[in-house]
Ligand binder design. Structure first.
Ligand code: ADP
Ligand code: MG
Length: 456
């Protein structure tokens, strides 16, 4: 078979300006994104870029010595897997520090995929053993366990909801792991709703819906993550409805997750709503202080590290939103300690977090954002809060909510409140509206991008 190799030189565009080309490292990052926690991805990979490449190596620049040691160690396997998926196996990936000549670390993804685990797409660490329970998630955890052990057939579907980063995916996959270990013959399918939609789109386009259907309906347990993403996509919604019915009638288990309960998913059709609500709905809340500390302890134990109460309390108090953020901070502190060869003390933790926390202090104030967005449309900030459905107000308001979400750490309910106690699903709906219009309307997209850039 012939192999073609892309040239790496910039391709001149029609007006003679070089166009930035997607590099091999970009392609690896694209695949890596779905294999690494969002927060970790931001922390560790945002600042990396490809310096050059050759037939046998991809050379990557990294900005900090801390990262150069941590990235290959912590993410080496996943980078290798991502490289394989990008069709770049066998090439060495070398890491070097900005401003230095020598490479400090390298890894070579093997040509062979690692032996396929029976667990398929499940993240190996998302097990019940690794899930720490507290008041915020006890009910969801108990229900998930029952579904996994199939002690109740009434929990079908199980619908887990809660804000992002609180452990929905983890809990859902824990069900999959446990079912597999108890009944090794079962077919467990975990799908993000995005890949579900992509499957349907491809099925329709290439006229192979029948095989997509067969694959989806021949499962014992279907785990469909972030199902709100399917809503409003007609063909996918329809397919989901029929898949659901087929699985349900055959007595097979279905588990959904979503950021809000079914009745709050904007635009959800009645027939799907009644299916989603037909089993058990459980939610996960923000963890309280004690649960955050317990999660940190668990992580430390798992990594065989000493974590003093002082440091655990410090980190737990720092994190205001989700568990993912807690993990991100924890990882950063651990990496800093290990690279410095120092024990994890509160001083060290404070120092490690300084860059992250400073960022937050520098974030734009919501009032500035409201003023800027209102100004763009010739409005006063207060007018954005008016109780009206006039599009001259509604559209700027939606944009303001979107910019707030993109550039501040405000939660959806907090954003809703800025606009006169609007429920957070209104904010969610607005943000989705802006997201989809950005995809369709280039002028609108540019306008919003400019506003976002102003506050980043
Ligand atoms: P969601 O799907 O709700 O956005 P995830 O399941 O991806 O959230 O969780 C984010 C991160 O936090 C994951 O790495 C997960 O392992 C961790 N996490 C969340 N809840 C817990 C918990 N109760 N115990 C241990 N880790 C947790
Ligand atoms: Mg998730």
């Amino acid at each position: 078979m012939l192999a073609f190799r892309h040239r790496t030189a910039p391709v001149p565009s029609r007006d003679g300006q070089p166009v930035e080309k997607t590099t091999s490292w970009d392609r690896i990052l694209e695949h890596l994104k779905s294999r690494v926690d969002e927060r970790d991805f931001e922390t560790w990979f945002r600042g990396t870029r490809q310096k050059s490449e050759s037939a046998d190596a991809i050379n990557v620049l990294i900005t900090s010595p801390l990262f150069i040691e941590y990235i290959p160690r912590e993410f080496g396997d996943r980078i290798g897997e991502a490289a394989r998926l990008a069709g770049l196996e066998g090439r060495e990936i070398r890491f070097r520090l900005e401003g230095e000549e020598d490479y400090r670390a390298a890894l070579t993804p093997s040509r062979q995929a690692p032996p396929r685990r029976r667990t398929g797409d499940l993240n190996p660490s998302y097990t019940f053993e690794n899930f720490v329970t507290g008041a915020s998630n006890r009910l969801a955890h108990a229900a998930a366990l029952r579904v996994a052990d199939q002690t109740s057939r009434q929990y079908n579907p199980l619908f887990i909801c809660g804000a992002t980063g609180l452990g929905k995916t983890h809990l859902m996959q824990a069900i999959g792991h446990r079912r597999l270990s108890r009944r090794p013959g079962e077919r467990i399918v975990y799908l993000t709703s995005e890949s579900f939609v992509n499957d349907v789109v491809a099925g329709v386009r290439f006229n192979r819906m029948e095989s997509v259907r067969q694959r989806l309906r021949a499962v014992d347990v279907l785990l469909l993550d972030d199902v709100e993403f399917v809503v409003g996509k007609e063909a996918s919604e329809n397919e989901l409805f029929h898949t659901f019915n087929a699985l349900y009638e055959a007595g097979n288990q279905i588990v959904f997750t979503s950021d809000v309960p079914p009745r709050e998913i904007p635009g959800l059709t009645d027939r799907l709503k009644s299916r989603f609500e037909g089993g058990l709905i459980v939610d996960i809340q923000l963890p309280d202080f004690e649960t955050k500390v317990a999660i940190l302890r668990h992580k430390a134990e798992h990594a065989k590290l000493e974590l003093s109460d002082e440091v655990a309390f410090f980190l737990a108090a720092k994190v205001k939103s989700h568990v993912r953020e807690l993990e991100g901070y924890f990882n950063l502190v651990v990496a800093t300690a290990s690279l410095k060869g120092e024990p994890i003390t509160k001083d060290l933790a404070q120092e490690a977090l300084r860059s992250v926390v400073k960022d937050e202090a520098h974030r734009a104030a919501p009032a500035d954002i409201l003023r800027a967005v209102a100004g763009q449309f010739g409005l006063k900030p207060a007018e954005l809060r008016a109780r009206t459905k006039r599009s001259s107000i509604v559209v700027p308001r939606q944009i303001a909510m979107y910019v707030l979400k993109e550039t501040t750490s405000l939660s959806l309910p907090e954003i809703g409140r800025l606009f006169g106690d609007k429920h957070h699903t209104t904010a969610l709906h607005s943000i989705r509206k802006v997201t989809s219009r950005r995809e369709e309307d280039p002028d609108f997209d540019r306008q919003v991008a400019a506003l976002v850039a102003q506050f980043r």
